[in-house]
Design a binder for this molecule. Structure first.
Ligand code: KIV
Ligand code: ZN
Length: 506
C-alpha cells in the first residue's frame, strides 16, 4: 500500500509574511475555507504572538474550519505558546508548532546563546506545549546549516519531550536535492525514534530548489511536506503546493505516495490567494501560470489538436484550469447569484451578500454578461473592505497646457469624516495626477511600491482591477479596487491601501 504524504499548508503563515500580503480576518477565513476544499491536511493559520490581530484571525479559523488540523507557530517561549494555545484551542484538531534555531550562526549570532542552552530551551518548549496539546510539532530552524550530530541530538531530545512531528526546515533555501534527501535519510537512521513520529520538511526557494528538495525528502522518508499556494513566502518563497502535488500525481511510479488533495481546486485556490494577497503569479509558473496550458507555436497547436498528450502531461481540467463560462445577467435574481457564488466556493454572510448583490446589479446594468471572474472580483473587493477613513466621491481628468506641453490634470474629491475635500494636481500621467491629489489631501508620506491594472475579463466593457502596494511610515500595505474606468479603479485602490493602513494601525 502507498504511503500517505501529508500536505501542511503554510500560506496563511509563511506566505503571509510577504510584505503587503497581510490578510484581514475575513480574508483569512475565506482562504482557509478554500484550503479545506482543496483538501490540505494541516493549515498553519498564523503566528498568533506576532500581533493581536493575527491571534484573532487564527482563532476564527480554529473555530470555523473543521476537517484539517489547525496549527499555529510559536517561538520556544512560554508566552508565545500561551497566546498560541488560546488562539487554536477551539479547533477540532489543534497543533502547536514551536521552533528554535539549530545552526551555530542562528544560535550564537541571532539568539546569543550556546548549543546546550538552545537544546534545553527546545525541550522545555515542547514539554510546555505538551501540557496543552497532544499534537506538538518542533522545527530546528536552519537545520540544513546545523552541525549534523547536534541536529540529531535536538531531534532525539524533542521527540523524547513529546514532539509528534519533527519538521526539518531549509530555512534559507541553501540545500540541494541530493544532499537534502541524504540528510533526511541519515537523520531517520541515526534517530530511530523518528519511526514513531511524522518526519516533515519545509523548504525555501532561494536557489529555486524548494520543490526539488521537498521531492528528494519524500523519496528519502519524509511523510509531511510544508508548502504554500503559488510558492509564496519569505524572500524567494516556499515550496509550491501545486508543484509537489502534481509531481506526485503525474509520476506516481517514483514515489509510492498518496496525497489527499482535490486537484481540481488547485487553480481556483491559486487565483484566490493571488488576488487576496495581491501577489501576481508569473505567467509561466508551473501548473498555475496563465500560460501553463497555452500552446502558441503552430507545430504544438497542430499536435494538441491531433492528440492533447503530444504536448500536455497534465490535463488542464484535472487542476481546475478551465475558464468558467458566462454566468449571469441583469435579470438574475438573488437566488441565482447566491447559487453561483456557492458554486464558486463563497458562502457569504447575509449583509456581505446584500452588498455584493447591489454591486452586481450596478455592473450588470452597464455590462450585459457577468462572468464568474466578474463575480469573484466583486466578492473579493467587498471582502477587502475596511472602514473608510477616506472615500472616493468624484473625479475629473482632463489636460492642461503648461509651457506649451499638454499635461494631465486631475480634479479629485474625496470624503474624510463627512467633509468633502477637492484637490487639483497635474502629473506625468492621469494616474500620477490622481495619486498626487490623494497625497496632498491626506498629507501622508506615501511611497508607491507597485501598481498594476488588469482587466477582469476580456472585452472593452470589462471591469478593470487596480492593485497598489504602498509604504506608509515604514509599513507596506496593499489596496485593490475595480471599476469600468481604470483611472477611477486606481484612485479607489490607492484609497483602499490608505484605509488598510489605518485599519492596521488603529
Ligand atoms: O523557514 C523556517 O525555518 C520556518 C520555520 C519556522 C519552520 O518557517
Ligand atoms: Zn519558512
Amino acid at each position: 500500500m502507498s504511503r500517505r504524504v501529508f500536505i501542511f499548508d503554510t500560506t496563511l503563515r509563511d506566505g503571509e509574511q510577504v510584505p503587503g500580503a497581510k490578510l484581514n480576518i475575513e480574508q483569512k477565513l475565506i482562504v482557509a475555507r478554500q484550503l479545506e476544499r482543496l483538501g490540505v491536511d494541516v493549515i498553519e493559520a498564523g503566528f498568533p504572538a506576532s500581533s493581536p490581530g493575527d491571534a484573532k484571525a487564527v482563532n476564527l479559523v480554529a473555530q470555523k474550519i473543521k476537517r484539517p488540523i489547525i496549527a499555529g507557530l510559536a517561538r520556544s517561549l512560554k508566552n508565545d505558546i500561551d497566546i498560541l494555545w488560546n488562539s487554536i484551542k477551539d479547533a477540532e484538531r489543534p497543533r502547536i508548532h514551536v521552533f528554535l534555531a539549530a545552526s551555530d550562526i542562528h544560535i550564537k549570532k541571532k539568539l546569543r546563546l550556546d548549543r546546550e542552552r538552545a537544546l534545553e530551551m527546545a525541550v522545555e518548549a515542547v514539554k510546555y506545549a505538551k501540557r496543552y496539546c497532544s499534537d506538538v510539532e518542533f522545527s530546528p530552524e536552519d537545520a540544513t546549516r546545523a552541525d549534523f550530530d547536534y541536529l540529531c541530538r535536538v531531534v532525539e531530545a524533542t521527540i523524547k519531550a513529546g514532539a509528534t512531528v519533527i519538521n526539518i526546515p531549509d530555512t534559507v533555501g541553501y540545500s540541494i536535492p541530493e544532499e537534502f534527501g541524504a540528510l533526511i535519510r541519515n537523520l531517520c537512521e541515526r534517530v530511530p525514534a523518528t519511526d514513531k513520529i511524522t518526519v516533515s520538511v519545509h523548504c525555501h526557494n532561494d536557489l529555486g530548489l524548494a520543490t526539488a528538495n521537498t521531492i528528494a525528502a519524500i523519496q528519502n522518508g519524509a511523510t509531511q511536506v510544508e508548502c504554500t499556494v503559488n510558492g509564496i513566502g519569505e524572500r524567494a518563497g516556499n515550496a509550491a503546493l501545486e508543484e509537489i502535488v502534481m509531481i506526485l500525481k503525474t509520476r506516481p511510479q517514483h514515489f509510492d505516495a498518496e496525497v489527499g488533495i482535490n486537484t481540481t481546486e488547485i487553480v481556483p485556490t491559486s487565483h484566490l490567494v493571488s488576488r487576496m494577497m495581491n501577489l501576481p503569479v508569473q505567467p509561466n509558473k508551473a501548473i498555475v501560470g496563465s500560460n501553463a496550458f497555452a500552446h502558441s507555436s503552430g507545430i504544438h497547436q497542430d499536435g494538441i489538436l491531433k492528440d492533447r498528450r503530444t504536448y500536455e502531461i497534465i490535463r488542464p481540467e484535472d487542476v481546475g484550469a478551465q475558464k468558467h463560462l458566462l454566468v449571469l445577467t441583469a435579470r438574475s435574481g438573488r437566488k441565482a447569484v447566491r447559487q453561483k457564488l456557492s458554486e464558486l466556493g463563497y458562502d457569504l454572510a447575509d449583509e456581505v451578500f446584500e452588498q455584493v448583490y447591489e454591486r452586481f446589479l450596478v455592473l450588470a446594468d452597464k455590462k450585459k454578461e457577468i462572468t464568474a471572474e466578474d463575480l469573484k472580483s466583486i466578492v473579493e473587493v467587498e471582502l477587502t473592505k475596511v472602514p473608510e477613513i477616506y472615500s472616493f466621491v468624484k473625479m475629473v481628468v482632463t489636460t492642461q497646457a503648461m509651457s506649451g506641453v499638454d499635461l494631465p490634470l486631475a480634479i479629485l474629491t474625496i470624503k474624510n469624516k463627512n467633509e468633502e475635500i477637492t484637490q487639483a494636481s497635474v502629473g506625468n500621467g492621469p494616474v500620477d495626477a490622481v495619486f498626487k491629489c490623494i497625497n496632498q489631501i491626506t498629507g501622508l508620506p506615501i511611497n508607491l511600491l507597485d501598481y498594476r491594472v488588469e482587466s477582469v475579463t476580456s472585452s472593452t466593457e470589462a471591469l478593470g482591477e487596480a492593485m497598489v502596494k504602498i509604504e506608509i511610515n515604514g509599513e507596506v500595505v496593499s489596496g485593490r479596487a475595480t471599476s469600468q474606468d481604470v483611472i477611477e479603479a486606481s484612485a479607489r485602490a490607492y484609497l483602499n491601501g490608505i484605509n488598510c493602513y489605518f485599519a492596521l494601525n488603529t
